[in-house]
Design a protein around this ligand. Structure first.
Ligand code: PLP
Length: 352
């Protein structure tokens, strides 16, 4: 009754989205601020007869708007139903088991091994340095590999990778290997590698509207790269679902990427709150990894990560705990509004 593919699946476990009790949600890196108010104006004016028709399968206007923002052509942009879908299509289009494993960091986005299980790909977790930052050299010493993927800044650590390290990687990697940089959190302080696609035909950048654009509910993700890579992704998409983005989401993405003033405002507030929260946690004796994202990764000597998670949940705050050896005593805390951070700090102060 079940396929061989199905029998091998190990699905991703998303952070909780509780529908009953009201929690302060600091567990899935959603934006604490609402999206552009222009979205509200648009939604009030939607013509429902438009729902009778299929949306534009190429999402051209959205791709054009994203292209304008990053000064690249629409032919360099691919869009999908959340960057999770875009990433999945990348694994399908660019990675071949026969060439070796997919490489990704030891501690990273836990969806990558899930895609490997889905597409029957082997993978190697490349060790991180003692301070949890990525080591480009260790990626490059791997004997054989079919592709490389890592988030910048990395998740769940929040640590960014220097542009010069990325250049070193791109200069040394085989030209027929696609390198995917998952920039889900790049807008919170990192330097995007999008300009590098002009120089490297095998570099693909993936981003999302779920975090910095405050549109997790709309499921909009995109990839930026050489047009041959974009065409390959389009072929895979059209072999699976030609219309991954409904017409409303396409329009919301267009509006969001064009409202730069609102985007800057909410992003700056999150960065400020992150600096405040990191400083205060350190003052209370917690170790906080240096974050360029909209979350911090922190631990305190003498308290198990799971106990911190449980104690905070008891107080009505949801954070994320990963049961993985080496990071099991950390918790990942999404940066919320200032008063939520103050309440969190009060609770953290009581933890023994
Ligand atoms: C949140 C996240 C994504 C997924 O974003 P969606 O666009 O909401 O699917 C991808 N990669 C990383 C590293 C993330 O943290």
């Amino acid at each position: 009754m079940y396929s061989e593919r199905f029998k091998k699946l190990i699905p991703y476990t998303p952070g909780e989205q509780p529908q009953n009790r009201k929690y302060i949600k600091l567990n899935t890196n959603e934006n604490p601020f609402p999206p552009s108010s222009k979205i509200n104006d648009y939604l009030k004016s939607v013509d429902i007869s438009r729902l009778q028709l299929y949306p534009d399968p190429t999402a051209f206007k959205l791709r054009e708007a994203i292209g304008n923002y990053y000064s690249v052509s629409a032919s360099n942009i691919f869009v999908g139903n959340g960057s999770d879908e875009v990433l999945s299509l990348c694994f399908s289009a660019f990675f071949n088991n026969a060439e070796g494993p997919v490489l990704f960091p030891e501690y990273t986005y836990s969806f990558y091994p899930v895609y490997c299980s889905y597409y029957s790909l082997n993978y190697t977790r490349v060790p991180v340095k003692k301070d949890f930052s990525l080591s480009v050299d260790l990626f490059l010493t791997s004997p054989a590999y079919t592709g490389i993927i890592f988030p910048n800044p990395n998740a769940p650590t929040g640590i960014g990778l220097e542009q010069q390290e990325i250049l070193k990687l791109m200069d040394s990697v085989r030209e027929d290997v696609v390198v995917i940089i998952d920039e889900a959190y790049i807008d919170f302080g990192g330097t995007s590698s999008i300009p590098l696609i002009q120089k490297f035909d095998n570099l693909l950048i993936v981003q999302t509207f779920s975090k910095s654009r405050a549109l997790a509910g709309s499921r909009i993700g995109f990839a930026v790269g050489n047009k041959n890579l974009i065409e390959a992704l389009t072929t895979v998409k059209d072999s699976f679902n030609s219309y991954p983005l409904d017409f409303i989401s396409q329009k919301l993405g267009e509006i969001a990427v064009s409202d730069t003033a609102h985007f800057r405002d909410i992003t700056e507030r999150i960065i400020k709150n992150r600096e405040y929260t990191s400083f205060e946690f350190k003052r209370l004796g917690w170790e906080v990894l240096p974050s360029q994202a909209n979350f911090i990764f922190t631990r305190k000597k003498g308290i198990a990560g799971k106990d911190v998670y449980d104690a905070l949940k008891e107080k009505g705050i949801l954070v994320r705990h990963f049961n993985q050896a080496g990071i099991e005593d950390f918790i990942r805390i999404t940066i919320g509004k200032r008063d939520d951070m103050e309440f969190l700090l009060d609770c953290a102060e009581d933890l023994k």
